[in-house]
Design a protein around this ligand. Structure first.
Ligand code: NAP
Length: 321
């Protein structure tokens, strides 16, 4: 079968011929119909991710068929028994374990979940990693209430867009930041109330003048810009963050956090229960993932280039043969 492996660091994923894997007793051999890209895959090609195993098949997101039925795959392996945090041997599918950028995958049957029937296979492939990360970061961690003002930074991101869709579904007023006006306009067309350019140094002042502050913040950028997110928080606000794309948070002012009783909540992926709850939530409200582009499996490296350039709005999906 055809598969993309991580062959060398700082090289695009390498397409090669490998043997179709043989399932163990507790596993299913799934024929992948569609897979999708996450920023994690880009970090792996750059060597900026822990536990990289050269030669492993990449890809965390996938939707495929087994015994005539269509399934989405939960990419969070061995979460463990505590809902509050993952076990030491927790892994994300696709390096070091062989992932979804292949014609077939062997996966323990417990990670297969029936595809919501209203979704296409491409939409379903876009859902798993980003969908569960957004669900835990927003719904589980910040417990948003209808009417809460929710700020989501970097709205072009895969996880960020799911968080926006969930928050709107829960009756929150959603505001976004982005690097470009057109992504803000797209977010508004999907139901956001407004948006700000994160490169505009005055955006926090503008937001405060417009709406007076926010109750919930969802972020994956970190870096010094995180201080602006704290500045626009209302008393009692919850900031949930699941990434640190821009690195360490310099100059964080503790007084601004403790005096206003702000909660800083770290979040990663989601438990098996979070995955089940996320699927039920999207199915109940018929939420459709925002798909930026569907590329052919042969064009998979082009997806990596687009994500590295930050040009996407939503998920980049690969249609398999
Ligand atoms: N802990 C976990 O479980 C987990 C799960 C998923 C992702 N992550 C991490 O979260 C990050 C995003 O992942 P993803 O897959 O959603 O990536 P993605 O689709 O590539 O999105 C990245 C987004 O970051 C935004 N961004 C860039 N510069 C920014 C800035 N200065 N301020 C605010 N936002 C900025 C961009 O927003 P605009 O396009 O709007 O400018 C871009 O869309 C990555 O670091 C990833 O590794 C962690």
């Amino acid at each position: 079968m055809q598969a993309y492996i991580i062959k060398e660091i700082n090289q695009p994923p390498f397409k090669t011929e490998v043997a179709i894997p043989v399932p163990k007793e507790h596993e299913a051999l799934v024929k992948i119909s569609a897979s999708a890209l996450n920023h994690r895959d880009v970090w792996i090609t750059k060597g900026q991710y822990p536990g990289i195993k050269l030669g492993a098949i990449m890809g965390a997101d996938g939707c495929g068929t087994w015994e005539g039925k269509e399934y989405v795959i939960n990419p969070g392996l061995d979460w463990g028994s505590d809902e509050a945090y993952q076990a030491l041997n927790f892994r994300v599918l696709g390096v070091p374990d062989d992932g979804t950028f292949a014609d077939y995958i062997c996966i323990p049957k417990k990670y297969l979940h029936e595809k919501p029937s209203y979704l296409t296979v491409e939409e379903a492939a876009a859902l798993p990693l980003a969908g569960v990360t957004a669900y835990r970061a927003l719904v589980v961690k910040t417990k948003p209430k209808a009417g809460d003002k929710v700020l989501i930074s970097g709205i072009g991101g895969g996880v960020a867009l799911f968080a926006m869709q969930y928050a709107i579904t829960l009756g929150c007023d959603v505001y976004v930041t982005s690097g470009t006006e057109d992504k803000i306009e797209k977010a508004i067309s999907l139901g956001a109330k407004g948006g700000y350019l994160y490169r505009d140094v005055n955006w926090p002042k503008k937001l405060m003048a417009d709406i007076g502050g926010v109750d919930v913040v969802i972020d994956s950028a970190g870096g010094s810009g995180f201080n602006n997110l704290v500045k626009v928080c209302n008393p009692g606000a919850r900031i949930s963050f699941y990434g640190g794309s821009l690195g360490k948070i310099d100059g964080l002012n503790p007084q601004l956090i403790f005096w206003r009783q702000i909660s800083l909540l770290g979040s990663t992926m989601g438990s098996d229960q979070d995955f089940v709850d996320m699927l039920a939530f999207v199915d109940k409200y018929k939420i459709r993932p925002v798909v930026d582009e569907v590329l052919s499996f042969d064009d998979l490296p082009l997806g990596f280039q687009k994500m590295e350039a930050g040009k996407q709005f939503g998920k980049i999906v690969f249609k398999h043969n």
